[in-house]
Design a binder for this molecule. Structure first.
Ligand SMILES: *Cc1c(COP(=O)(O)O)cnc(C)c1O
Length: 378
């Protein structure tokens, strides 16, 4: 038996012909750098996110770095984000010369807790980077209200939230700018690295188009000291094919999540909570249990690709030892990293796969120490 965490082979099997023909077009044209598919994808992805501009870049990390830099964040500034995110969020803040300020998350949604935000703001704070972790939009109404009150910029880390809705908008349209990753395993992923910044700010978009391409809009004329971080044409061509399937894939992820919910109802594990205002698109399906390591090894032994996102919070990583600010105790970040378990989640999981995984979890998992009865909707 083998049930992978993410099944890219099944996805490729379905799209094989479309992708081969998209790549063949690129090969025939030979426009490998900033070719026709890049601008077409940028238009299509901006429209999809319901924003004005999309600028394709080399990775999700670069998208965060360039968005922050383009908004003027730099040396001496502080940027607040959640301590339970992937390392890239904190690295981007560091790479522009600013200091990451890490705060705790809401125990129900796993997303940055807005009630901890105000206390972390100092005269140095310039921006907040909410991460829509696991595919669920952060509590943006409250975050935006606090950011506006203190004149902070909002850069969304939307690397796990392609297509997630929040109120009338989509993730990507909820701040000054948003960073997406097209790493292969994301809800929208390419055949290698890729990323994009989306924004409604025309000046920022134009700066980004230059900054990603050696600071140049006209060949050999360099108005700023830029980077080489361009979404390549081959990736853009593949992403255009996949974008057409994204809504259906996200719908299937939500369906799988509700199957898990039903099957794991009385298993003792704490199920993910859906926030009322956002639509969770389940990049990951993360439960909490008391004997996580045991359940994980049983699953892995039986060919089930479960994982941990993430086992070590940012402030405990060697890379950030002493180089970040933790203004308040990180109560949930510290305890949850030993309890969280990501079950297989991808649109190609069959109903039978979901049942098999749920049976193993039900048989072996115990409730976490801190479990209370959690309502399904926060
Ligand atoms: C994947 C990811 C990134 C980084 O994306 P890359 O394309 O791998 O550089 C950033 N933030 C979060 C939350 C991610 O999940």
């Amino acid at each position: 038996m083998s049930i992978p965490l993410v099944n890219l082979k099944a996805q490729h099997h379905e799209l094989k012909k479309e992708i081969a023909s998209a790549i063949d077009h690129v090969l025939s044209r030979g426009d490998f750098i900033l070719g026709a598919d890049v601008s077409s994808f940028e238009e299509e992805f901006a429209a999809y996110c319901e924003v004005e501009h999309c600028v394709g870049v080399g990775s999700g990390l670069d998208a965060l770095v360039l968005a922050l830099k383009g908004l003027g964040i730099g040396q001496g500034d502080e940027v607040i984000t959640a301590a339970n995110t992937f390392i890239a969020t904190a690295l981007a803040i560091h790479h522009v010369g600013a200091t990451p300020v890490l705060i705790d998350h809401d125990p129900k949604t796993f997303n940055l807790d807005p009630s901890k935000l105000s206390q972390a703001i100092t005269s140095q704070t310039k921006a907040v980077v909410p991460v829509h972790l696991y595919g669920q939009p952060a509590d943006m109404n409250r975050i935006e209200a606090i950011a506006n009150e203190h004149g902070l910029k909002i850069v969304e880390d939307a690397a796990q939230a392609h297509g997630a809705r929040y109120g009338e908008k989509r993730c990507g349209g909820l701040g000054q700018a948003a960073a997406f990753s097209f790493y292969p395993g994301k809800n929208l992923g390419g055949m290698g690295d890729g990323g994009a910044v989306v924004t409604n700010d025309e000046n920022l978009a134009s700066w980004l188009r230059s900054a990603r391409n050696y600071g140049s809009q006209v060949k050999y004329s360099h108005e700023i000291r830029g980077f080489n971080s361009r979404l390549d044409t081959m990736q853009a061509a593949v992403l255009r094919v996949k974008l057409r399937h994204l809504d259906a894939w996200n719908a299937r992820r939500r369906e799988i999540a509700s199957q898990y919910r039903e099957l794991l109802q009385s298993s003792g594990v704490v199920l993910p909570t859906e926030h009322r205002e956002g639509e969770h698109i389940y990049h990951l399906f993360v439960v909490r249990c008391g004997n996580r390591d045991e359940v994980l090894s049983v699953l892995n032994e039986r060919g089930v690709g479960a994982g941990i996102h993430y086992p070590t919070p940012i402030h405990r990583q060697a890379a950030f030892n002493g180089d970040c600010v933790v203004p308040n105790p990180l109560e949930y970040t510290a305890t949850f990293c030993d309890e969280i378990l990501s079950l297989p989640m991808c649109p190609y999981l069959s109903d039978a796969d979901v049942e098999t995984v749920s049976q193993i979890v039900t048989q072996y998992a115990t409730a976490p120490q801190s479990a209370e009865a959690e309502p399904a909707i926060a």
